[in-house]
Design a binder for this molecule. Structure first.
Ligand code: CP
Ligand code: NVA
Length: 298
């Protein structure tokens, strides 16, 4: 049994195993020979909104033979203050695995420790490991191995998505550039913890030059709505648009984890010009979730 709690905790071999399994899941969709979740019930506990992660896990669990049970945190007692560790100890006696989206990374870790069933981080304020695995799967599918590539993240460089990218960079040997205003860059302690080749800069043009991938995420992450006005002001200019794309490699991929807010982190023409990549990336969430599910129950 395994947990997927963060990219930080995954070795290169484990990442490669999940991504290789995802490729098989994609190729053999509808014709799976084994159903590793047969007879199992999986809880999807979500304290934040979700389209892609929720649907890909509900479909993925079902296609691997299991039964997903969606539990909105507002509907269960956890939303009224029941401790995470008590919720975990109850669910751990009834279900076979859990997918948990919430605020604090510590809560997902506490859940895994107390439930003693395979637990998957479906996004916290610190990490979004399932997303980054699907992103790397998409890049490799279109452009080959990650090693040696330059991935440029533009926007809120201190949120969960770049948080997971940072740990992947060291493990898989690619360069990560984070283009963000100073107060939206990851802290020094986190950079040190991640290791690897990570360049943080407020010079968006320098960060984009020669990149293999330009990647962005929302300026206002879930839970940060109160900071909206300040974020929109400070992050203005940290946008992927047509003039920025011209600085990257000629065949650079433009990626977005979605949902996208046109006119903020990306402009409409650039989004639509790269919609094929962006929606392949979204579809790959499903195949990669199935790779992850197979790995955590192994
Ligand atoms: N990218 C992503 O995680 O999307 P959802 O919030 O819709 O799950
Ligand atoms: N950083 C974003 C990711 C959404 C998938 C958020 O946390 O809202």
């Amino acid at each position: 049994m395994n947990h997927l709690l963060s990219i930080e905790k995954l070795s290169r071999a484990e990442m490669e195993k999940i991504l290789a399994a995802a490729a098989i899941m994609k190729r053999e969709r509808g014709r799976h020979k084994t159903h590793p979740l047969a007879g199992q019930t999986w809880a999807l506990i979500f304290s934040k909104s979700s389209t892609r992660t929720r649907v890909s896990f509900e479909v993925g669990v079902t296609e691997l033979g299991g039964r997903p049970m969606f539990l909105s945190a507002t509907d269960i007692q956890m939303g009224r203050g029941e401790p995470v560790k008590d919720t975990a100890r109850v669910l751990g006696r009834m279900i076979h695995g859990a997918v948990f989206r919430t605020y604090a990374q510590a809560d997902v870790e506490e859940f895994a420790q107390n439930a003693k069933i395979p637990t998957i981080n479906a996004l916290t304020d610190e990490e979004h490991p399932c997303q980054i695995l699907a992103d790397m799967f998409t890049i490799q599918e279109k452009r080959g191995p990650m090693a040696g590539k330059v991935v440029t993240f533009v926007g809120d460089g201190a949120c969960n998505v770049p948080g997971s990218w940072m740990f992947a960079a060291a493990t898989l040997g690619f360069e990560l550039r984070i283009a963000a205003p100073k107060n939206f860059q990851p802290g020094a302690a986190l950079l040190k913890r991640a290791g690897g080749k990570i360049v943080c800069t407020d010079d968006i043009q320098a960060a984009a030059r020669g990149a293999d991938v330009l990647y962005t995420d929302v300026w206002v992450s879930m839970g940060k709505e109160a900071e909206s006005a300040d974020r929109l002001k400070t992050l203005a200019g940290y946008q992927i648009n047509q003039s920025l794309v011209k600085l990257a490699k000629q065949d650079a991929l433009v990626m977005h984890c979605l949902p996208a807010y046109r006119g903020r982190e990306i402009d409409e023409p650039t989004f639509e010009a790269h919609a094929q990549t962006i929606f392949d990336q979204a579809e790959n969430r499903l195949h990669v979730q199935k790779g992850i599910l197979g790995w955590v129950v192994a």
